[in-house]
Unconditional design. Structure first.
Length: 125
């Protein structure tokens, strides 16, 4: 899988236009072949930060999307901002669910006192 993240930073004046361009892309993008998820998010702590994130089954599906007419709207949104957006493409080699939380929580991290005790036992042996 491949995750595409575009982080926009928009002024108060740019924000409505940016959202007007990006919001209608979410559902059609989600329905494209190979799109696992697509969402648009506004940072609740800083409304000038807006993320457009898509996840794709493979690199070929992502590449097809980037070449598409639909992606031209994303490029238009990128040009609209006074600051260049941050763009990242991440290859996802594995994904885990809630079982990972259970696994990690079932093995507490050793504290300094546990480590010191363990070292003392090693020295004595």
């Amino acid at each position: 899988m491949v995750k595409s993240t575009i982080k926009f930073t928009a002024s108060k004046e740019q924000r409505p236009e940016l959202l007007r361009i990006l919001r209608p892309l979410v559902d059609p993008t989600q329905s494209l072949r190979g799109c696992v998820e697509c969402f648009l998010s506004v940072d609740v702590r800083d409304e000038s930060r807006i993320w457009f994130i898509t996840t794709w089954s493979n690199r070929e599906d992502l590449d097809r999307y980037i070449r598409s007419e639909m992606f031209l709207s994303v490029l238009t949104a990128m040009d609209l901002c006074s600051r260049p957006p941050e763009v990242a493409f991440e290859d996802i080699s594995s994904t885990q669910g809630i079982e990972y939380i259970k696994e990690v929580r079932s093995h507490p991290e050793p504290t300094e006192s546990h480590l010191a005790f363990s070292l003392l036992n090693v020295v004595q042996i």
